[in-house]
Write a new protein. Structure first.
Length: 82
């Protein structure tokens, strides 16, 4: 059973996935392409942290305490099925 995501989280995951794909298409290797220092969708606000926590709880992202995160294989597979 898939984890139910809010529409905000679905949109954020789409932005993250699109950035990941652009990086791959530019020749970056997967280990670098899945890593993010910050949310690529523009300025972060209070909602962004909540959304990233939601995606992390769903195991679509793997976050570290410093605010960076990696797109997981589960997150990639979710986006590939859309």
């Amino acid at each position: 059973m898939e984890y139910g995501l809010t529409k905000d989280a679905q949109r954020a995951l789409a932005v993250i996935y699109q950035t990941y794909m652009k990086r791959l298409n530019a020749g970056m290797k997967k280990p670098g392409a899945i890593f993010f220092d910050s949310y690529p969708g523009g300025e972060e606000d209070g909602r962004t942290g909540r959304i990233l926590r939601e995606l992390s709880a769903a195991k679509y992202l793997s976050a570290d305490p410093l605010g960076s995160f990696s797109l997981t294989d589960k997150g990639i597979a979710f986006m590939e099925r859309l």
